[in-house]
Write a protein that binds this ligand. Structure first.
Ligand code: UD1
Ligand code: UDP
Length: 364
């Protein structure tokens, strides 16, 4: 069997790395395509280095653009690659535009498609990712879910159960593997940034950063918190553009460029609290037992709220400030790690994918 993986944006790299390793260990033929959706060194190459991902065989170099431009660009550049490489199976990850563009091309050319991180739903179609999730899951032949809510969502949408497998959270495989390295790095980072007790921030959802009437009060609120305790904020390029464009004044927040994975993980593990709108960060903080405040009205990862350490604060900045202050000065309460978030998801997926029954069941 010949597997072709497609990655494109930062959160894809942590998900593809463990599966590439597991399939390599089984001697399976693999091709890696990078769409080029993310292209800065600190949004792409640095993850290939730190996570030990092989050089992509092909980079489609699509870059940025509107959703239509980016999706269409990936589709038209990926089609000839798919026709030329002729894989038996294509594997896509998560919910970014690269995921969906590739899913459409595979469906039209009749190539088997596996979706890793299937079934997540925020039930909010104003999120571009929700559209990507719905389309990709309709088109996939094999759908691999990280948690049971994913199976329930897919059942409700009429996806045959024979196509769906609960495998666990593959992002956690990368975390488990690199946590000891991150722990070792922490003291160096702490002395470099003068950190003892601190908060960590990430922010990049268009709904929070593209509208200045949202972004300005969020940044002001975080800056007020940062006046009383160190707050580290590695800034996503989308957010950096908006902060610069609008000349937002920041006095206390410590703004950094996007961090390499191990550096970010080190800070995430040792932060008193994390404030985010990232999908992956909600999951990682749950695994680490670090309190997380999510600046969104909904989440496609409800298990992080129901049993983990995540709390949705919506756009209630008074609540955010109040809860962040309480959490940072109080004792940590912790939460539970969801079933199958155990560092072994990639091996479970690899076993499934090399079993011929998986694809024959998917066609029935
Ligand atoms: C994308 C995903 C989002 C994911 C996020 C992870 C979609 C629809 N969105 O959002 O689900 O959570 O990645 O980080 O697929 N840019 C750079 N350098 C880069 C990458 C981006 O400067 O390496 C700038 C460009 O101006 C670009 C903008 O950021 O146009 C947005 O990038 P894009 O990939 O379109 O969306 P993200 O906001 O990164
Ligand atoms: N991350 C990172 N450096 C940073 C911020 C995040 O390595 O400066 C990692 C984080 O640990 C997680 C992933 O990026 O593994 C989450 O990606 P992102 O927030 O960009 O996308 P989302 O998960 O929201 O789609």
């Amino acid at each position: 069997m010949h597997f072709l993986h497609v990655v494109g944006a930062r959160p894809n790299f942590m998900k593809a790395a463990p599966l590439l390793r597991s399939l390599d260990a089984k001697g399976v033929r693999q091709t890696l395509v990078h769409s080029g959706q993310h292209y800065d060194r600190n949004m792409s190459d640095v993850f290939f280095d730190q996570l030990g991902i092989r050089e992509p065989d092909v980079n489609l170099q699509v870059g940025g653009g509107s959703h239509a431009q980016q999706t269409a660009g990936i589709m038209s550049r990926f089609e000839p690659v798919l026709l030329e490489t002729k894989p038996d199976v294509v594997i896509v990850y998560g919910d970014v535009n690269s995921t969906t563009a590739v899913a459409i091309v595979c469906a039209k050319l009749g190539v088997k498609l596996v979706h890793v991180e299937a079934g997540l739903r925020s039930f909010d179609r104003t999120m571009p990712e929700e559209i990507n999730r719905l389309i990709t899951d309709q088109l996939a032949d094999v759908l691999l879910t990280p948690s049971i809510d994913g199976n329930e969502n897919l059942r409700r949408e009429g996806i045959p159960e024979s196509k769906v497998h609960l495998v666990g959270n593959i992002m956690i495989d990368t975390l488990v593997r690199l946590l000891p390295v991150a722990d070792e790095l922490f003291s160096k980072l702490a002395s470099e940034h003068g950190l003892k007790s601190f908060g960590l921030v990430t922010l990049h959802r268009p709904s929070n950063v593209d509208d200045i009437s949202k972004l300005k009060p969020i940044v002001e609120s975080l800056d007020r918190l940062a006046a009383d305790m160190p707050m580290i904020f590695p800034v996503h390029p989308r957010t950096r553009q908006r902060i610069t464009e609008h000349g937002l004044k920041i006095k206390h927040l410590k703004l950094l460029d996007p961090l390499p994975y191990i550096d970010f993980l080190a800070l995430e593990k040792h932060a008193k609290a994390v404030m985010t709108d990232s999908g992956g960060v909600q999951e990682e903080t749950t695994y680490l037992g670090v309190p997380c405040f999510t600046l969104r009205e909904n989440t496609e990862r409800p298990v992080t709220v129901s049993i983990g350490t995540n709390r949705l604060v919506g756009f209630d900045l008074t609540l955010l400030e109040c809860e962040m202050r309480k959490t940072i000065s109080g004792a940590r309460t912790g939460g539970l790690v969801p079933p199958l978030w155990d560092g072994k998801t990639a091996d479970r997926i690899a076993d499934l994918l090399i079993s011929p029954a998986t694809f024959s069941l998917a066609t029935t």
